[in-house]
Design a protein around this ligand. Structure first.
Ligand SMILES: C[S@@+](CC[C@H](N)C(=O)[O-])C[C@H]1O[C@@H](n2cnc3c(N)ncnc32)[C@H](O)[C@@H]1O
Length: 650
């Protein structure tokens, strides 16, 4: 039974008057209140003062009861799943308000055979009055991330329901409910005007028509139930393909994925379920499962420009008999498909969609408000901007399985650190006047001997400042179009990002990353003389003088990711941009020089090379130019921007 606040604090009217008087006299101080009225009355005080301990405990316990045992949380932690489940209780109709239903559900879950999966696939989750949120949660997380990120916004969607019967778990009612729920989510997108629901038999066609009739869908979206053969024959092109099941029975060779790729518009994308994910120990044990998942990714790899994967937590109701199952790792594994998170792949035909995937939280909030038709408060039960941020980077298990089995060394450079390489902390370096040239300003020097291949300032790589492409672009536009903005502090940000930052375009559009500490004062080594940089890089291969600009950027200096699927690089992109390593032995007292050749990114490669030629010929570099302007101009009165005495001894 639900406990109400104050139920067990039946204080008399008299004591309450005293308490209220005390609050009035001593303000909102809990310490004073507790001290004055004594232990007996403190719970009432806490409530008066907003220390809502009891309701808080209640929420937590019902959450744990309904969704997860301590043990499931443990699994979630092991595979680094974003804490989506914590947000679910926002919708009260989903959460343990209905204790009777939960208890009934518990009873049905005690037989050995019942999997008690509530992620949308088992028979027990077909009950529409179920207090659990699986289907909606799952479909929101399948539909919205992709549809919100396509550029241009998608008008047409193919919802592929033809392989449902292959899975053997779906009756017609379930199929109809699945379709309805997916249609509802899709129809929330204002840009979508046409949805093809692709089916393969007359039963499914009937379910499809019923789903359309029974749903109160947006009137300006046209839904078509279409047999797969007709879809093929009519050569229909769509902006988005949604595959709520991997087409496993029909397609072990990738022909079906090729087919969907060919039916996408040039900047379209596909979303597909790859399967359940497993904690790392199972990945090691169950190699064939990993291989199967990799085979699916490979099919996407062959045709798509970029693939990103993310997990949706699967919800699982704890039963005592499951506890027994968990006694051996094999039985854990056999239950895994319904209990562990579902891994989803989004495959983009062009890189543009990927750049949008990495929008910031405010952009997503704006997108949710402007691109979706939300009528009721629970139209979106789980998905929101903050959730989107948690799935922007692939989960660590993806990075692990990729790097341990399939990725190349360069794709996996930051997948764990090799303890063989020592780290030279910032405390072993100092800032002084650069020896690079008269106008080179500050530089960074070694205060110890640094062995070749050492990491430099590894402890600081977490502190880089990252400007996603939208921020970079917005800032640049404002600098160009708004003189007042360009003349103010924005200039400092501009210099900071552009003169001290590393530009790169791994996701198709330019982003900037800046070191937030004094390694940012490392100068460029002219003529291929740099002694720090990326691991195993040869700085003399391309110098500012040797590179022939008429042939564009040399392949190995490009900052675009070269493989379509690279979960490790996706996860480590910030570090990837700022990490540095000693390219040779460096003596105590030597200045550190980096290789700036690709610091302008793909977009500003030529400008960067030309400015390096100038600086290496003795001209004032960008920072020096800005600094001299600041020193003489109005800005100098407001902003002091020379933090170190460059002539001082270390
Ligand atoms: C990232 S900052 C390096 C720190 C800079 N020296 C300072 O004092 O702030 C890059 C700027 O340093 C200067 N610079 C870097 N390498 C140089 C070089 N080899 N010769 C001359 N100037 C250089 C240029 O002004 C360039 O814009």
């Amino acid at each position: 039974m639900e406990r109400r606040r104050g139920d067990d604090n039946k204080t008399s009217a008299y004591t309450r008057i005293i308490e209220l008087l005390t609050i009035f006299l001593f303000g909102q101080s809990g310490i004073f209140g507790t001290f004055l009225v004594g232990k007996k009355w403190s719970p009432y005080f806490k409530q008066q003062l907003g220390w809502k301990n009891e309701p808080m405990n209640r929420t937590l316990s019902s959450l744990t009861d309904a969704y997860n045992t301590q043990e499931s949380f443990q699994f979630v932690r092991e595979i680094n799943i974003p804490p989506l489940h914590r947000r679910i209780p926002m919708n009260p109709s989903w959460v343990g308000h209905n204790q009777t239903a939960i208890n009934e559900r518990y009873e049905t879950c005690t037989s050995e055979e019942t999997t008690c999966d509530i992620a949308g696939a088992s028979s027990s989750s077909q009950n529409p009055t179920s207090p659990f949120p699986p289907r909606k949660l799952f479909h929101e997380m399948l539909v919205h991330p992709l549809l919100l990120n396509l550029d241009p916004e998608p008008e047409s969607v193919a919802l592929v329901m033809w392989n449902y019967h292959n899975q053997g778990t779906y009756g017609n009612t379930t199929l109809r409910m699945e379709m309805s729920s997916l249609m509802n989510e899709i129809s929330q997108h204002k840009s979508v005007t046409k949805v093809y629901i692709i089916v393969e038999d007359s039963h499914s066609t009937r379910s499809c028509h019923a789903a359309i009739a029974l749903n109160r869908l947006r009137h300006n979206v046209s839904f078509h139930c279409i047999h797969v053969v007709d879809f093929e024959r009519q050569t229909i092109i769509v902006d988005t393909v949604i595959l709520p099941n991997w087409p496993q029975n029909k397609d072990e060779e990738g022909t079906e994925i090729d087919f969907w790729h060919s039916r996408l518009s040039p900047r379209g994308a596909l979303v597909a379920i790859l399967g359940a994910t497993y904690p790392l120990q199972y990945i090691m044990e169950q190699r064939e499962i990993v291989n199967k998942r990799w085979h699916r990714i490979e099919q996407l790899n062959n045709t798509f420009a970029r693939i990103i994967d993310y997990d949706i937590p699967a919800f699982y109701y704890h039963t005592s008999n499951r506890q027994q199952h968990l006694s051996s790792s094999q039985s854990k594994f056999t239950q895994a498909p319904s209990r562990f998170p579902i891994n989803i792949a989004v495959a983009f035909k062009s890189l543009d969609g990927v750049a949008h995937w990495r929008k910031n939280e405010a952009h997503y909030n704006l997108a949710v408000r402007s691109k979706l038709t939300l009528h009721r408060v629970d139209d979106l039960g789980a998905f929101d901007a903050a959730i989107m941020l948690t799935i922007q980077n692939p989960p660590s298990h993806s990075s692990w399985f990729f790097c341990e089995g399939y990725g190349s060394d360069s794709d996996c450079e930051f997948h764990g650190y090799d303890p063989e390489y020592p780290n030279i902390p910032l405390t072993d370096l100092y800032v002084g006047k650069s020896k690079a040239g008269e106008h080179a300003g500050r530089g960074v020097f070694a205060n110890v001997d640094i062995p070749s291949s050492s990491n430099i300032g590894l402890e600081t790589t977490t502190q880089s400042i990252h400007f996603e492409w939208m921020t970079t672009e917005l800032h640049r536009n404002m600098m160009e179009e708004t003189p007042e903005y360009a003349g103010g502090k924005a200039k400092i940000v501009h210099v900071y990002a552009e003169a001290y930052g590393y530009a790169s375009s791994p996701f198709g559009k330019q982003q900037e990353t800046v070191m937030s500490h004094f390694l940012t004062f490392v100068n460029h080594g002219c003529n291929g003389t740099s002694n720090i940089g990326e691991r195993d890089a040869d700085p003399s291969l391309h110098t500012e003088w040797s590179v022939d600009l008429q042939y564009g950027i040399p392949e190995d200096l490009k900052t675009k990711l070269t493989v379509p699927y690279s979960p490790s690089a996706d996860r480590d992109v910030v570090q990837y941009s700022t990490n540095c390593v000693a390219g040779r032995d460096i003596q105590k007292g030597e200045e550190l020089y980096d290789n700036y050749m690709n610091f302008g990114g793909d977009e500003y490669f030529e400008e960067m090379v030309l400015s390096l030629r100038d600086e290496c010929s003795g001209s004032l570099g960008l920072v020096e130019q800005y600094q001299s302007q600041l020193n003489t101009g109005e800005m100098n009165r407001k902003i002091k921007c020379d933090p170190v005495d460059i002539n001082a001894d270390p």
